[in-house]
Design a protein around this ligand. Structure first.
Ligand SMILES: Nc1nc2c(ncn2[C@@H]2O[C@H](COP(=O)(O)OP(=O)(O)OP(=O)(O)O)[C@@H](O)[C@H]2O)c(=O)[nH]1
Ligand SMILES: [Zn+2]
Length: 205
């Protein structure tokens, strides 16, 4: 599995038993920034087979601290469950906290949202674009795992475009609309209106 790239490097893999099933965790590093990313794989596939995947952007508050301010923690859990139900799949866990602005800037952005700005306005107020995420490492991770065709769990069309531009065939999109709560409905509405996310309008009433 060892392969090198000028920008990314695969480091190592190990068993990762979880509440949902027995995954394997694969570690990667982005050279230069030394940013560390992981992929969790489950089951087996042939080269050229369509594999269910989720690209999950780090959200410490939602993924680890049970926040209901966003839908991330719910989506993370549902993605792992879906993969196990399908019998195979991969979760790419990218360390792009706060859509790329980092944890502390996300807390600054949350503070601005507590005072009335929406998620996009808050980023802009802090001098950032609405979404700074870079998906190039996905191609390297998927190549390492011998995946060229995917069924992608997402509500975000930008992820489909990013993978397609990188040469990964997105054969289908599966919505992942779990975790809509009274605390995050407004945030999700803003994502649909300003960031192009797709949600069933009935879920946001
Ligand atoms: N800057 C900023 N980042 C946020 C905010 N709320 C959540 N995030 C980050 O947004 C990222 C998740 O992005 P989302 O827009 O929820 O979803 P997505 O990954 O684009 O799309 P899906 O695949 O459909 O989940 C994580 O990195 C979170 O930390 C916020 O108010 N401001
Ligand atoms: Zn979140």
């Amino acid at each position: 599995m060892k392969q090198a790239d000028t920008q990314f490097e695969y480091i190592s893999s190990a068993k990762l038993p979880t509440r949902y099933g027995q995954f394997i965790i694969h570690g990667f590093v982005e050279l230069g920034t030394e940013q560390e990313h992981v992929a969790l794989s489950y089951g087996e596939w042939q080269e050229g087979e369509v594999v269910p995947i989720r690209i999950h952007s780090e959200c410490l508050t939602g993924d680890a601290l049970f926040s209901t301010r966003c839908d991330c923690g719910f989506q993370l859990e549902k993605a792992l469950q879906n993969i196990v139900e399908e019998g195979k799949g991969v979760l790419l866990y990218l360390r792009q906290e706060g859509r790329g602005i980092g944890l502390l800037n996300k807390i600054r952005a949350y503070h601005l949202q507590d005072n009335g700005l929406d998620t996009v306005e808050a980023n802009e107020h802090l001098g950032f674009d609405a979404d700074l995420r870079d998906y190039r490492i996905c191609k390297y991770m998927l190549d390492t795992l011998k995946i060229s065709k995917v069924s992608l769990m997402t509500n975000n069309p930008r992820k489909i475009d990013a993978l397609t531009d990188l040469g990964i065939e997105v054969v289908r999109r599966t919505p992942i609309d779990h975790g809509i709560t009274a605390d995050n409905k407004g945030y999700i509405r803003t994502k649909t209106q300003k960031l192009g996310h797709r949600f069933d309008p009935h879920l946001l009433k």
